[in-house]
Design a protein. Sequence first.
Length: 408
Amino acid sequence: MIVAHVGPTPRRIGGPAGYLHQLQSAASTDLQPRHVVRFPPSSTTVSKRSPPPSLSLLTRLRRKVIGPKFYRPSIEELAAPRGLVDRMLRDIATDTCAESQASLASASRADAIFTHDPFSAEAALRQRASGQRVWMMCHGVTPIVLYAVWSWGLPEADWRSFLDYPDVRRWIDWELDVWSRVDRLVFPCPEATDSFRIIDSRFDAVADRAQFVLSGAAASVPRVPGGRDRSRPPAEGKRVALYLGSAEPYRGYDALLAGAETLPPDVNLTIAIAGPPTSKVPEHPVMRALGRVEDVAQLLASVDFLINVNRFSLFDLSTIEATEAGKPLLLHAVGGNRAFERLGTGCVMLRDLEPPTIAAGLAHMASLDEAKLVALGQQSRQCWERQLTPRHMWERHLALYDAASAGP
């Protein structure tokens, strides 16, 4: 069959673009593929009218809605029906569809249009020819409207406080409708559906019919897996933990800071913070602000273990990269993080995100016997080799296409 992936230009970042980059790289090594699989065009062929890929979608959205200056909307603005939230989501839809326009236009002769966000999926449903199937891979950890309002509007608030806002309800209804109309709904693993089920029980019915294609990833420049890269000196002789992500509220960065505050001053630990701006890293004896890091593989080679304290979790690329690097994992037992445990990575699980729980987990990893730490890292690497390489992801995609071509 002919499968056309519709989405942004594949490139080495997170989200749909990064996923498509890993999948396309794996597909390029298959000299005799069983199906014809097309990917979005490279950046050199994308229209100049498309949004610049150097800016995140949320950053571009902020600039479009309120300009480049710092701005925090009021609760009244966020809660107003057909107001700021509605305009924000319509702008996200416009930008997302602009990024996927070229790949959707070239999918006219495909048997299946494989989209990677609900906005492109809705456009594909509207434009598809008779007999064409529309599939959608879910890359979000929450409904898009909740992610946007929570991350930009009131990141310090509990996510539940937004669910009664009229525009939030309206756009969750819209996303549920798109999910229900696509021919195939795809997630990386069953656990990745958890957050949607928790947020709104109406997602249960559509998530129950989802199919699962486990993700995979590899660094652009392979590094020797295992212990710390000794070309970089250890941080004052202490064990080094890595937080790799953003300061967006679903990532639980604030919970990590609260937990670190309760660590004893003599703990044998340094926490490297990669991703959040250095201005968002407090002065603290265990904290080291790294800002944005381009060479993730080199960074992973220089630390002892990875921390993932997501409040909601899909199946994080950074955690897959840590398994490739042969690193132990300290994970909040939620969503796709539970899948890493099920798959056999070398992980220690946190039952919740209360400060004492996080502090106890960090202290445990800091004091763990070196041989046990190495053994956990070996488990992670072995798990990656068995199940999480890009080649594994490609083969699982081919199996999905096999099943689809065999019948409805």
